[in-house]
Design a protein around this ligand. Structure first.
Ligand code: NAD
Length: 437
C-alpha cells in the first residue's frame, strides 16, 4: 500500500521504517529539512535499537522516501498517518494541538476524495471528531481515523513489528478494513486488534498511560512510607508484584517517570476530563503527578543530606541523562532535573550517559559531561545513579571506588546490587530502603 507518515520524530521515523519493511511504499514528511535530509540519506536522527538497518534497507529499496512537502504527500497517497508532537501547552496543563491542526490545514486542501487521515499522536478525547469536521470543510469525502501509538522508546522497533495490541478507531467499516490491510502481517501473526469509535481509541491511549503512571507513583508513594517506617520498598514491591493480579512491571520504586509522554499525557487527560465534565473522575492524576515530581526533590534532598547538608564545592558523578535506558531522549528527564538542581546549589556535576550526551548538552549546557563512567566519577564526593542503563549494573564497584574521592553512591533507580557495591568498598544508599548499618 502507498502511505505517508507525517512527523518523523520518535514515533513517525519508526512507523515509517517499519511500514516500508513490511512491504508498503512510504513517504515520510517533516517540516525539519535537516531531519528529512538525514533520513533520506538513511541516517536516523535518533537512537533506537534496530532502527538504523531498517531505515537503510527501506531507503535502499526505494520503498522509503522523505520530503518536506505536504502537497507532495497528498499527491503521493490516499492514506496518511499523522505522528506530529502533541506537547503540553505553554500556558497551562492541557494538550497543545497546534502541530496536528497545522497538518490538517495544509494537507486538507490538496487531498483527493476518498483519502483517509489516521492520527497516531496522543490527543485529548474528541480531537478526531473535531478534525473530521474541519477536514470535511477543506476536503469533502475524506475521513479521519485514530490509531493510537503504544510503542515504548528503547524498544520502539520491536513494539511496532510485534505490538501487544492494535487499536483502530474509525467511523466506518471501510476505514477499519483499510487499517486491517495496513497491519495485515501483524494480524496474521496473531496480534490482538480492537476496533472502536475514534473517541474510545483516543481514550485507550491516555487511559493506558494514566494507569501506568499511577502504578509507578503508587510504588514511589510506598517508598516514601518505607523511608518513614524504616522498611525496604524493594522487598515490598517484589512481594506485591508476585501477586499475579498486581504483577511486577512498573512496580519499580525509584526516581519516577519523565520523558515526553507520561507527564504531559496525565496532565492533558485531567484537563480534558475537566472540560467535558468528568474532572472528578480523574482528579487523582494530579496526585500521581505530585508524587512523581516529589521523587526528584527527594533524590536531591537525600543527595544533599549525604553530603552533610550542602552541595557547595562538592563533586558529583552522575550516571545517566536519558529519561529512560535504551533511549537518547532527554525530554523532561528526571536524571537531568536532579543533576541540574545539584549544580544550581553549587556542586560540580559531571554526567555520563551511553547515548544521550549530545541531547543533554543541548538542554543543560550548564552541566559538564564525560564520555566514560570513570571520567564522570573522577574525584567525586558522591555518585548518583539516575538512569537504569544495563551498563551501570555491569560496572565494577571496586574499580570505580579507586577513582572517586569518597565511595558513596545513591542508587535512585533501586536496581544496583547494593551488596556488591558494599563489598566493593562503597557506602550504598537507595530510596525507600534503610541506610546501611
Ligand atoms: P517528536 O517531537 O519526536 O516528533 C514530532 C515530529 O513532528 C518532529 O520531527 C517535528 O519536526 C514534526 N512536525 C511538527 N509539525 C509538523 C508539520 N506540520 N508537518 C510535518 N512534521 C511536523 O514526537 P514523538 O515523540 O514522535 O511523538 C509524536 C506523538 O506520538 C505525540 O503525540 C506523542 O505523545 C505520541 N507518542 C509518543 C511516544 C514516544 O515514546 N515518543 C509513544 C507513543 C505515542
Amino acid at each position: 500500500m502507498r502511505m505517508t507518515v507525517i512527523g518523523t520524530g520518535y514515533v513517525g521515523t519508526v512507523h515509517a521504517a517499519c511500514m516500508a519493511d513490511i512491504g508498503h511504499e512510504v513517504l515520510g514528511i517533516d517540516i525539519d529539512a535537516e531531519r528529512v535530509a538525514s533520513l533520506a540519506a538513511g541516517r536516523a536522527p535518533l537512537h533506537e535499537e534496530g532502527l538504523d538497518p531498517l531505515l537503510a534497507r527501506g531507503v535502499a529499496s526505494g520503498r522509503l522516501r522523505f520530503s518536506t512537502s505536504l502537497t507532495e504527500a497528498a499527491r503521493f497517497a490516499d492514506l496518511h498517518f499523522v505522528c506530529v508532537g502533541t506537547p503540553q501547552r505553554r500556558d497551562g496543563e492541557g494538550c497543545d494541538l497546534r502541530f496536528v491542526d497545522a497538518v490538517i490545514e495544509e494537507l486538507g486542501p490538496p487531498l483527493r476524495q476518498g483519502a483517509l487521515v489516521v492520527g497516531k499522536s496522543t490527543v485529548p478525547v474528541g480531537t478526531a471528531a473535531r478534525l473530521q469536521r474541519r477536514l470535511t470543510e477543506l476536503a469533502p469525502g475524506t475521513e479521519v481515523a485514530w490509531n493510537p501509538e503504544f510503542l515504548r522508546e528503547g524498544a520502539a522497533v520491536a513494539d511496532t513489528m510485534r505490538p501487544e495490541r492494535l487499536v483502530l478507531g474509525t467511523s466506518s467499516a471501510w476505514a477499519d478494513e483499510v487499517l486491517r490491510e495496513v497491519y495485515a502481517p501483524m494480524l496474521r501473526a496473531g496480534v490482538p486488534v480492537f476496533s472502536a469509535d475514534t473517541a474510545t481509541a483516543e481514550l485507550v491511549k491516555v487511559a493506558s498511560n494514566a494507569f501506568l503512571a499511577t502504578k509507578i507513583s503508587f510504588v514511589n508513594a510506598m517508598a516514601e512510607v518505607c523511608d518513614a517506617a524504616g522498611a525496604d520498598v524493594t522487598v515490598l514491591a517484589r512481594a506485591m508484584g508476585a501477586d499475579t493480579r498486581i504483577g511486577p512491571r512498573f512496580l519499580e520504586p525509584g526516581l519516577g517517570f519523565g520523558g515526553s509522554c507520561f507527564p504531559k499525557d496525565i496532565r492533558a487527560f485531567a484537563t480534558r476530563a475537566e472540560e467535558i465534565g468528568a474532572g472528578p473522575a480523574v482528579a487523582f492524576l494530579h496526585e500521581v503527578d505530585r508524587i512523581n515530581t516529589r521523587q526528584r526533590t527527594r533524590t536531591v534532598d537525600r543527595a544533599r543530606a549525604l553530603l552533610g547538608g550542602d552541595f557547595t564545592g562538592r563533586r558529583i558523578g552522575v550516571l545517566g541523562a536519558a529519561f529512560k535506558p535504551g533511549s537518547d531522549d532527554v525530554r523532561d528527564s528526571p536524571a537531568l532535573t536532579v543533576a541540574a538542581a545539584a549544580a544550581a546549589e553549587g556542586a560540580t556535576v559531571r554526567v555520563h550517559d551511553p547515548q544521550a550526551l549530545d541531547n543533554a548538552r543541548t538542554v543543560r549546557p550548564e552541566l559538564t559531561y564525560a564520555l566514560d563512567v570513570p571520567k564522570a566519577c573522577e574525584g567525586a564526593d558522591l555518585v548518583l545513579h539516575l538512569t537504569q542503563w544495563p551498563e551501570y549494573r555491569a560496572l565494577s564497584p571496586a574499580a570505580l571506588a579507586a577513582v572517586v574521592r569518597t565511595p558513596l553512591i545513591l542508587d535512585a533507580r533501586n536496581c544496583l546490587d547494593g551488596r556488591a557495591w558494599g563489598a566493593g568498598g562503597w557506602t550504598y544508599h537507595a530510596l525507600g530502603r534503610p541506610a546501611p548499618a
